[in-house]
Design a protein around this ligand. Structure first.
Ligand code: NAD
Length: 335
């Protein structure tokens, strides 16, 4: 099987090569998949893509014409793939449903701690031998209320970590997890109530039609004054303009994000010489109480190993004519 790996980053190639054990012919390209770059897949049986790749209807149609049969996502989220089009055109798509929920939950916790204890500001001062402590006051996490929106694999680990800090947990999810109620006293409640009661809110829902811009002006207006909002899910789960307004009027005390709604084309690249023409990002970057990381919550050795192994496992299943349990879509034979 000949496989083209789109959006291949230098740091992940050794993990993919190791997991592949020379079984398949892997070709790596730094280019992201789009309707323009789909033609690079001519001559390949399969492709692998990441979250910044765009597998829209037109791109999927082109891939089909070029003979691509399989798409293996190296991510959990699959909001960037038109699964309906893939099903119709009998292109099989699989993801990596769980590579390390710890990597993401621990990163969300890092954002929270760095913001609350003002580590970035403190370190900037120390860089200039300024050891004054004014404006560096944070708060104890112990006894604070944390709202976890989305209590799936990552949200469950976030609950465990926050419980360890001595926090009271509120949860919002369309599917409740009794384990979290039993182990960590997590209390499921309505989204509005979670927003009203929480000192910290952490987002762990997938991006879909219901969660798109879920955090908007209406909900921000009922949040506790000075709430810390953490988003490691997907950028579009929050309405960035509304969140900026919330930060400006003090409703939101601090924002930590690993994902950003306009990140496609910006993240994963060096723009230091040509600052992106993106006013929202420029505004966020200018705020001292905003901490942004460039979609790297997944970047741990364990996660990269699991991503590579599951990606190759998905190809193994398809190559031997089997189904993979990670398949997101089944062929409908309606071409
Ligand atoms: P998961 O499927 O285990 O959990 C998602 C939870 O959200 C589920 O419990 C589900 O019931 C709930 N949910 C879905 N729609 C909802 C809605 N409308 N309202 C309330 N709850 C809803 O997924 P996970 O592994 O925990 O990952 C969550 C998300 O994190 C992924 O979809 C992905 O977008 C994001 N993620 C980000 C990174 C990163 O590097 N920043 C890495 C991995 C995953």
């Amino acid at each position: 099987m000949k496989i083209l790996v789109y959006s291949a980053k230098d740091f992940e190639i050794p993990y993919l090569e190791k997991a592949n054990r020379r079984k398949y012919h892997l070709t790596f390209t730094k280019e992201a998949l789009s309707s323009k770059t789909a033609m690079n897949a001519i001559g390949f049986d399969a492709i692998s893509i990441f979250s910044a790749d765009e597998a829209c209807f037109i791109t999927i149609e082109k891939l089909k014409d070029f003979g691509v049969k399989y798409i293996a996502l190296r991510s959990v989220g699959y909001d960037n793939v038109n699964l309906r089009a893939a099903s119709r055109l009998a292109i099989r798509v699989a993801n990596v449903p769980a590579y390390s929920p710890y990597s993401i939950a621990e990163h969300a916790t890092s954002l929270l701690l760095a913001l609350n204890r003002k580590l970035i500001e403190s370190n900037h001062r120390v860089d200039h031998f300024n050891f004054k402590l004014n404006h560096l006051v944070g708060f104890d996490l112990n006894n604070k209320t944390v709202g976890i929106i989305g209590t799936g694999k990552i949200g469950a680990i976030m609950s465990k970590i926050m419980h360890g800090f001595g926090c009271t947990l509120l949860g919002y999810d369309i599917n409740e997890n009794n384990d979290l109620i039993d182990k960590y006293n997590l209390d499921y409640t309505a989204l509005k109530n979670l927003c009203e009661q929480s000192d910290i809110i952490s987002l762990h829902v997938p991006l879909n039609t219901e969660t798109h811009q879920m955090i908007n002006e209406e909900l921000i207006s009922v949040m506790k004054q000075g709430v810390i909002l953490i988003n490691t899910a997907r950028g579009s789960v929050i309405n960035t303009e509304d969140v900026i307004e919330g930060l400006k009027n003090g409703n939101i005390g601090a924002l930590g994000i690993d994902v950003y709604e306009n990140e496609k084309g910006i993240f994963f690249k060096d723009h230091s010489r040509h600052i992106p023409n993106d006013d929202l990002l420029i505004k966020l970057n200018a705020m001292p109480n905003v901490l942004i990381t460039g979609h790297h919550a997944f970047l741990t050795e364990e996660a990269l190993t699991n991503i590579a192994e599951t990606t190759i496992y998905n190809f193994d299943c398809w190559n031997s004519g089997k189904e993979t349990e990670n398949e997101l879509t089944k062929p409908m034979n309606t071409i």
